[in-house]
Design a protein around this ligand. Structure first.
Ligand code: SAH
Length: 359
């Protein structure tokens, strides 16, 4: 039976370095012990207090009584032939969330989820189909990078908040997690290698600028409101005439910065040359990079991908107008880990044995 006085242990994975300092001070220790504790957890990936050898034995024992480092386990790993791996994390309440690890030469990118499901209902995205379950905690966001670092032996070089969920709809937890990911005592990911992708929650974009410093990617997908309303329904609330100025304000004052516009190429829907012309007009004067993403089909979706040659023609239009434009290489398709394919579904046994290992 749980005692009436039973206090839930503090999960240290939810704490940034200042919180860690305050926490050890509340136990009667000095702030630098908190910084050491934070380093053990994140830099060294240690989960067991007894291994934190530069903390006194008394502090380690105290920590074991009142705190824990609760890391959701990877319950399934699916490797794809191209080296991409999808990790399914099992959360304390039985929910599942997906993280994608994408190696590319010396660069290692980890694609993080920020929510279980998503409430935004974009018509071309598989995550939308499962609806919204809940926000991830700070620790659950950070745990995805903790695991990546343990597995690759060093911090990942790049992080993208492009997995399941809308990061700006889980604002406070995401901002705090970003701070931990950027901290020199933890994962040291620089603002140029840490990209938050949003569908365009305008007030939160303004707020983000004051609370954090990361690169911003925006899921644009259409060059006008009529079309964007149908693909990214949040556009009805925050139309382009509000979204574009918010993005410009985000990078204002820093000449090295630009906005990355994600644009899923959907056959016959948003991929005509007319759309490229409209896009050029829309983005004129905004330092931009356009990232064209071939639509990744998923079961039950009404759309199909634009043929490669047409994507290239679209890209050439943008280049000719002076925009930096790339086509995103699709990775991890075979394991449903590509953009828009993350659904937090647990594979049945046959698929599991076919595609990966169950841990
Ligand atoms: N909610 C945030 C973060 C998710 S990022 C956002 O919308 O930006 C996931 C990226 O993959 C987004 O750019 C999204 O638009 C894109 N995407 C979604 N479904 C896709 C699909 N079926 N094919 C290709 N890209 C897709």
């Amino acid at each position: 039976m749980v005692s009436l006085f039973h206090q839930k242990k503090c999960n240290l994975l939810d704490l940034d370095v200042q919180d860690c300092e305050r926490f050890v001070m509340s136990l009667g220790y000095k702030p630098f012990h908190g910084r050491n504790l934070f380093k053990w957890i994140h830099k060294h990936g240690v989960q067991d207090f007894s291994q934190m050898t530069d903390l006194s034995k008394a502090l380690r024992e105290k920590l074991a009584q009142v705190a824990e480092i609760r890391i959701p386990p990877i319950v399934q790993e699916q490797p794809a032939p191209d080296g991409t791996k999808k990790w399914v994390l099992g959360l304390w309440d039985g929910q599942r969330v997906e993280t994608v690890f994408i190696p590319d030469g010396r660069r290692t990118t980890v694609c993080l989820s920020t929510q279980v499901g998503c409430a935004l209902n974009c018509s071309f995205c598989a995550t939308a189909r499962q609806g919204f379950n809940r926000n991830l905690t700070v620790g659950e966001i950070v745990a995805q990078v903790w695991h990546a670092q343990r597995r690759i032996g060093k911090p990942p070089s790049n992080l993208v908040l492009m997995g399941m969920g809308e990061p700006l709809a889980n604002f406070e937890n995401v901002v705090k997690a970003l701070g931990i990911l950027q901290d020199d005592l933890a994962y040291m990911v620089s603002k140029f290698r840490l990209t938050l992708s949003t569908s365009g929650i305008v007030p939160a974009i303004y707020q983000l600028r004051t609370r954090s410093d990361v690169s911003l990617a925006v899921s644009l997908h259409a060059p006008n409101d009529a079309l964007r309303n149908t693909l990214v329904p949040i556009n009805r609330k925050y139309p382009l005439r509000e979204l574009i100025p918010a993005c410009r304000a985000y990078i204002a004052g820093d000449k090295r910065r630009r906005i990355t516009w994600e644009y899923v190429m959907i056959r016959g829907v948003n991929d005509r040359i007319q759309h490229a012309k409209e896009l050029i007009r829309l983005l004129e004067g905004t330092p931009s990079k356009v990232n064209l993403i071939p639509f990744n089909p998923f079961p039950g979706s009404p759309f199909s991908p634009t043929p490669e040659a047409e994507i290239e023609a679209f890209r050439k239009r943008l280049l000719a107008a002076g925009f930096f434009a790339t086509v995103r290489k699709t990775r991890g398709e075979e394991i449903a880990a590509a953009c828009g394919q993350l659904v937090g579904r647990v594979q049945d046994r046959t698929r599991r044995s076919q595609f990966g290992v169950s841990l």
